[in-house]
Design a protein around this ligand. Structure first.
Ligand SMILES: Cc1cc2nc3c(=O)[nH]c(=O)nc-3n(C[C@H](O)[C@H](O)[C@H](O)COP(=O)(O)O)c2cc1C
Length: 250
């Protein structure tokens, strides 16, 4: 019975998917698959800002406007972080395929959470990004930006920003193959690649971000309710910069 309930939205979604109007619609809005899973709109694969302009204009931003982000912007940022760019069903450690960021041994140790405070069309709360299917799964349904700020030594721009991406890593995925070298080097290198993708994508969207590494690990882990195997690594608050956006700052 429970399985039937679970399958129902998936079957409806599949039938609707065959309809071209729905295809267009679902590429611009999110679709609730069941009470906790949300299919994100498709990311844009072409933009109007060059990679050189994003490099030139990226700056750490610590003051954000109150503006909400759109679900399309959130989708684009998450895709930049760890979206699948080459689908592969096996081996299983690829978990869906090759991604936007390189990874030592293609072992993909990162997990990425969205802390949503002010996103049009998305309830405030904590969501985990599932690169397979470009989906979000809701893990908590309250705005935790204040708690996250406290865990990050009261860096209050985290509360100001409409969203933060919070990175964790399952070190074991990489150390199983690479041992200490995996722990001391590869996992953080992986994370740097992914986080920089997000920082540059933010600039291309007219948004700003700041890498935050100064926080209390235990507190961040508690706020996000990470499973034991995950260790928190980075917080990236993202929003519209005050002062008109980085691209106009030249
Ligand atoms: C690993 C790492 C940790 C950082 N942690 C913080 C932080 O906790 N708070 C903060 O305000 N900035 C943090 N930053 C941002 C740096 O202060 C910033 O990148 C640096 O001042 C250079 O400025 P720019 O990013 O505008 O080029 C961090 C940057 C990195 C790479």
């Amino acid at each position: 019975m429970a399985q039937k309930q679970f399958m129902k939205p998936i079957i409806i979604y599949f039938l609707l998917w065959c309809n071209p109007i729905f295809c267009y619609y679902s590429s611009i809005v999110s679709v609730q698959l069941n009470s906790n899973t949300i299919k994100l709109p498709s990311p844009a694969l072409k933009g109007t800002v060059s990679i050189e302009e994003t490099l030139l204009n990226r700056r750490s931003v610590r003051e954000f406007k109150k503006d909400a982000l759109s679900i399309q912007q959130v989708s684009q940022l998450l895709w930049a972080s760890y979206g699948i760019t080459k689908e592969m069903n096996s081996p299983s450690f690829l978990r869906g395929g090759f991604k936007t960021a390189p990874s030592a041994g293609a072992l993909y140790p990162l997990e990425i959470y969205l802390v949503a405070g002010n996103v049009k069309g998305l309830n405030p709360g904590i969501y985990k990004y599932l690169p397979e299917g470009h989906q979000l799964t809701r893990t908590y349904d309250k705005d935790v930006r204040k708690e996250l700020t406290e865990a990050a030594l009261n860096q209050d721009f985290i509360t100001q920003a409409p969203i933060s991406l919070v990175y964790s890593a399952v070190f074991d995925r990489t150390t199983k193959k690479y041992g200490d070298r995996g722990r001391e080097r590869y996992v953080c290198m992986d994370m740097g690649h992914s986080a920089e993708n997000v920082c540059l994508q933010a600039v291309a969207l007219g948004l700003g971000s700041c890498a935050v590494g100064a926080f209390d690990d235990k507190m961040v882990k508690n706020v996000i309710m990470m499973p034991n195997e995950e260790e928190p690594l980075y917080i990236l608050p993202i929003g519209s910069p005050t002062g008109g956006g980085q691209l106009q700052r030249k």
